[in-house]
Design a protein around this ligand. Sequence first.
Ligand SMILES: Nc1nc2c(ncn2[C@@H]2O[C@H](COP(=O)(O)OP(=O)(O)OP(=O)(O)O)[C@@H](O)[C@H]2O)c(=O)[nH]1
Ligand SMILES: [Mg+2]
Length: 329
Amino acid sequence: MPANLTPQYLKAEEAYRRASTPEEELKCLQEMLRELPKHKGTDKLQAELKQKISKVRKELQSGSAGKRRAGLRIPRQGAGRVILLGGPNAGKSQFLAGATRATPAIAEYPFTTREPAPGMMPFEDIQIQLIDTPPITRDVLDPNLLGLIRGSDLALLLVDLGSDEGPEQAQEVLDRLGATKTRLATESYLDENDVGLSYTQTFAVPNKIDLAEAPDRLEILHEFFPWQFPEYVISAVQQTGMDELKRAIFQALDVVRVYTKEPGQKKPDMDRPYTIRRGGTLLDVAELIHKDLASNLKGAKVWGSHVHDGTLVKGDYVLHDRDIVEIHA
Ligand SMILES: Nc1nc2c(ncn2[C@@H]2O[C@H](COP(=O)(O)OP(=O)(O)OP(=O)(O)O)[C@@H](O)[C@H]2O)c(=O)[nH]1
Ligand SMILES: [Mg+2]
């Protein structure tokens, strides 16, 4: 029976997936329970939610929340979260090392990485969070990865072009996840008719194109694994193809950058933009800066590509990439 979930419920579930502290988790779970339509079709989900709530409560009381899943409670940082997935040796850790300042172990033997680990990837004037992960195979899937995948804005499925098994190993990742409720797809969404089923938008990233046999394996990949994902061929070691991929990642995050200027100041702070989801408003930015600013918000002057310089706007103004705002409260 379809659960007929409301937009409010889905919003709370999305916030839950992004929660980075147990306190936030608890708040979102309670909201989900409140917003859940109560009928026969949602009995099981109600029970699950109640169970999760009491679990998080207990953790908070016993103080074990911090210790739980050490390394897995990776706080969200930057403009978005991108998770690196793939079979063993695909080059996930090499990717992280090349794109960020992180220094993960990289080795020619499989199963080098044991735990998810983050790094920050600069793109133009913002930072994007990358998460390196242990490999997924037909037999091995760290269940803690599922929450991280659901909470990611984008997944990169790395394909090892350094081995004849590479394409098959990447397919195994898809199959293994396909058997769970956390799946990869061409876009991110929650299935409204199957509660808990989550799809995360994914790019295919064939890696090691610097190797002599890589082009042939890429052809095999295309012929026998006709995925629909956008594809970006790279060499993580030589950094080939990375500029194009980074730009595509930024676009997939679907955020806009907003620069702020103090009233009275001539120049805006162009070093550190705030980032919000495309479609977000002036009020969303005010909230990012400070809760009080949001509740006292009067409006703002805006400079940008879609308005005349210094146009006065209210809280519901939808921001565009690279807008400059002078907020008045
Ligand atoms: N030639 C070449 N080798 C690469 C490239 N990227 C990674 N490698 C090599 O491939 C091997 C595996 O790289 P890792 O980054 O450790 O792979 P991983 O996906 O993190 O592996 P696990 O942690 O075991 O899942 C290492 O020997 C890397 O040096 C590349 O672009 N070109
Ligand atoms: Mg690794």
